[in-house]
Design a protein. Structure first.
Length: 327
């Protein structure tokens, strides 16, 4: 039996906050349950933004006007959004690789290519800091992202992990794989952990406290459960970030000794994708405070580290700076 894996939760809360300003996620969520029960093809061969592309209906060049419609297709299949620019050789290289993979996908996922010179507001919505950047969107929510080019082998593996994680949740993936002649995992061979499912469903409906409870129960009996660790960190952050006013950043800048303000400002900066600034703020705070306050700040910073892949260079640099500040 094959156990379903989930997407690596890279900046899920921050990306969701960014995307919510660009598309109507509320409307998407209202239609999501009905869409999951449908078995329709991921993209119509006519009458859709994707139909304008001559190579395949599931490869589309996105404009600011068509962005909402393309993201709505993520109710059926993952939408891989490539944010690049014509002046960037790395963007062109990655676009060529993704286009080649998408051409043979049968529509099990959609490639949405964005030229940030033509559609800068989409880049602003995602908080893009460098090109190329790739964001995977499913059911209207960003679920994974990376920046910079990848070798074809790594890119292929990333796409495969994405499809494996979502095959039982998005109805168009299996139809697309069948169209492409790819092997499809039989429904009866897929085994889901009901505890993880309950936690994810709580998270998706915005009940972050309940999600934390489910993940904590798993960790009480299985302390090494990686998915539960990642999920708990995401749920804790999402609960905090939901009530954070970005104005707290300016307040914290004027009150460097206010530990609570520094913690809240760091959360706001992570939600705004100012990750390095958030880490730097808390490391600097560790240097200024002592005793219980220092331990509070250290634990908060370590909790923020857990929102990111262990190999994220920003986390590695901040861990070194934290160690220097502590010792």
């Amino acid at each position: 039996m094959e156990h379903v894996t989930r997407p690596d939760p890279r900046k899920t809360a921050a990306l969701s906050a960014a995307l919510s300003g660009a598309v109507d996620l509320g409307a998407l969520k209202a239609r999501a349950d009905a869409a999951r029960q449908a078995a329709a093809a991921p993209a119509s061969p006519s009458g859709s933004p994707a139909a304008e592309n001559g190579s395949a209906p599931w490869i589309v060049d996105v404009s600011e006007a068509s962005f909402q419609a393309v993201v709505e297709q993520s109710l059926q299949v993952p939408v891989v959004v490539l944010l690049g620019a014509s002046y960037s050789p790395e963007s062109q290289q990655l676009a060529a690789s993704l286009t080649r993979f998408a051409s043979g996908s049968g529509g099990s996922w959609i490639l949405a290519r964005v030229d940030l010179e033509q559609a800068p507001r989409i880049g602003q919505a995602f908080g893009v800091q460098s090109v190329p950047t790739v964001v995977a969107v499913a059911a209207g929510q960003p679920i994974d992202a990376f920046a910079g080019p990848l070798a074809d082998a790594e890119l292929s593996a990333w796409i495969a992990r994405l499809l494996d994680a979502l095959r039982d949740r998005l109805p168009g993936i299996r139809a697309g794989e069948a169209r492409a002649g790819a092997p499809v995992v039989a429904e009866e061979d897929v085994v889901e952990d009901p505890r993880i499912v309950a936690a994810e469903e709580a998270f998706e409906r915005g009940d972050y406290v309940a999600a934390q409870g489910y993940y904590s129960e798993i960790l009480a009996s299985e302390p090494a459960h990686e998915l539960a660790k990642e999920g708990l960190a995401q749920a804790r952050f999402a609960e905090r970030a939901e009530g954070v006013d970005p104005a707290v950043i300016a307040k914290a800048d004027g009150a460097l000794e206010d530990v609570d303000a520094q913690l809240a400002a760091a959360d706001a900066q992570v939600a705004l994708q100012q990750v390095e600034e958030a880490f730097r703020r808390l490391v600097d705070t560790v240097r200024r405070v002592y005793g219980e306050d220092r331990d509070r700040v250290r634990q908060h910073l370590v909790g923020l580290f857990e929102l990111f892949p262990a190999d994220d260079p920003r986390v590695a640099a901040a861990r070194r700076n934290l160690a220097s500040a502590l010792y």
